[in-house]
Design a protein. Structure first.
Length: 305
């Protein structure tokens, strides 16, 4: 009987996912039975060959295109054999036996449905990996890069030995029972982003608590897959906000958010066009925002699109 199925979605981050898996193997004790499932979204950096060579024991699902994080996680969960699922970003690194800490926590706290560890950067700074549910104000402040004003988005960092009950935790390190994942039909694959917050919200309606467990920690390098494709990152981050609001908020808030995103995208396009001659990154981001504008005009934020 397998205790835990670790599901990792990979997209062109060979150097990170190899270190990630090596750290799992190093720090997870033999008392825990686990499997590793990698879902590869058509990486072109030699990831699959490297993984097959270094870790022949793991399972690799190979997609012919980038189907996104939520759909890839669902794909992995469909073949998972563990009683628990540990959904893990490839740009994370174990520093200790976090697996036992998370597994034991859920085994002894049956009122909690989902738990996530503390995530830190390489210099030891704590990352914000747990949030309150988004409001219209917090969402607009966030997309306009004004999170320093966002008192209603984030909890104050909580770094004590016991856990903190929160609204939502990061899907980059997301530990839960497979039964709960199945009960909610997995991640909403209409959301290329914000699928973790949506899932936590749906789990909470069934009476499950969401927990942040700071007594165990992982390094998280943040957004290494996202940096590989700015068109996908920018367009889906913004469109998924609209889709999330269509699922959980009223029509006035949805229309206000759409208007705010339109304005942001137009300003970003103009700004990045001016800077595009100075850097390839600016050019790629310009194309990302221009693509987003086209998708907005096509109303590609409808649920199911």
């Amino acid at each position: 009987m397998i205790d835990i199925s670790i599901i990792i979605v990979n997209y062109n981050v060979k150097e990170y996912i190899i270190d990630c898996i090596q750290s799992i193997i190093r720090w997870t004790p033999e008392t825990i039975q686990y499997e590793i499932i990698v879902v590869d979204n058509n990486s072109q950096d030699g990831s699959v060959n490297a993984l097959e060579t270094k870790f022949p024991e793991i399972t690799i699902l190979k997609n012919k295109n980038n189907i996104g994080f939520p759909r890839a996680i669902n794909q992995g969960a469909n073949i998972a054999n563990g009683a628990y699922l540990f959904l893990l970003n490839p740009d994370t690194l174990f520093l200790e036996d976090s697996m036992t800490a998370l597994y034991s926590f859920l085994e002894h706290n049956h009122h909690v449905g989902i738990v996530g560890p503390k995530l830190i950067s390489t210099d030891g700074n704590i990352q914000q990996s747990y949030w309150k549910y988004p409001t219209l104000n917090s969402a607009i402040l966030s997309i306009y890069h004004l999170d320093f004003l966002n008192n209603n988005k984030n909890y104050i960092h909580y770094d004590k030995s016991n856990y903190l009950s929160v609204d939502a935790i990061s899907g980059g390190s997301f530990f839960l029972a497979k039964n709960l994942f199945n009960d909610l039909n997995g991640f909403n694959d209409n959301l290329f982003w914000m699928e973790d917050i949506d899932f936590c919200k749906r789990a909470s309606t069934l009476g499950h608590k969401i927990a942040y467990l700071p007594k165990t920690k992982l390094i998280h390098y943040i957004g290494k897959s996202s940096e590989k494709n700015w068109v996908v990152t920018i367009s889906n981050r913004l469109l998924s906000k609209i889709k999330y609001f269509k699922l959980h908020h009223g029509s006035f808030e949805v229309m206000t958010l759409i208007t705010a995103i339109y304005l942001l995208v137009v300003v970003k396009c103009a700004y990045l066009l001016l800077l595009s001659s100075f850097s390839s990154v600016y050019r790629k981001k310009f194309i990302g925002y221009l693509t987003t504008l086209k998708l907005l005009l096509q109303k590609q934020y409808q649920i199911g699109s």
